[in-house]
Design a protein around this ligand. Structure first.
Ligand code: IMP
Ligand code: MG
Length: 186
């Protein structure tokens, strides 16, 4: 089978669909046990976490609510600066709520570190992080991640919600972006 236009941007499939779904099922079971009897609110970080969050919540066996935030981190195409702007805030008041932030990937940690401080100032009962992917080698600031899907090497990945210049989110797996596309800025 020949590669589709989308697949030509991928030099390596890092996590296939089956492995993603198997791990997300495990995370769902763990979160369901930990939050039993609590008032769980999943906060998804737009746009990358949308695929992960919708699959994750289907594996939760406890009641939960969802809300979304959109933030933009100033920086270039592949590096964030830690200077963060809220583009869309939560609709829900999180005071007294058990908040679980659902993120696609933690790289330097700067974006999430800002976001957690911002949420904690609103008086939630608890705040935790669930990240599908993490690149430990790239961490510049410590963020306590309660649930991690996969630790990955220091490579720029696309698919399953993750983008390069807003594209490739619709690949059903996580793949490594062809580095020549980063250099050419395509
Ligand atoms: P941080 O502030 O450096 O942790 O950056 C986190 C954000 O950068 C994530 O929410 C992603 O939007 C983006 N990001 C970091 N690494 C990658 C990657 O490998 N592929 C796609 N997006 C990434
Ligand atoms: Mg992004």
């Amino acid at each position: 089978m020949s590669a589709t236009e989308l697949e030509r941007a991928v030099v390596d499939v890092l996590i296939d669909e089956e492995s993603l779904q198997a791990r997300i099922r495990e995370l769902g079971e763990e979160i369901s046990a930990d939050y039993a009897g609590k008032d769980l609110l999943l906060v998804g970080v737009l746009k990358g976490a949308v695929f992960f969050m919708s699959d994750l919540m289907r594996h939760l066996t406890i009641p939960c609510e969802i809300d979304f935030m959109a933030i933009s981190s100033y920086g270039d195409a592949t590096d964030s600066s830690g200077v963060v702007r809220i583009l869309k805030d939560l609709d829900i008041n999180i005071e007294g709520r058990d908040v679980l932030v659902v993120e696609d990937i933690i790289d330097s940690g700067l974006t999430l570190s800002y976001l957690m401080r911002n949420l904690e100032a609103r008086g939630p009962a608890s705040t935790e992080i669930c990240a599908l992917l993490t690149k430990p080698e790239r961490r510049e600031i410590d963020v306590p991640v309660r649930y991690t899907g996969f630790e990955i090497p220091n490579r720029f990945v696309i698919g399953y919600g993750l983008d390069f210049a807003e594209r490739y989110r619709n690949l059903p797996y996580v793949g490594v972006l062809d580095p020549s596309l980063i250099e050419s800025g395509a």
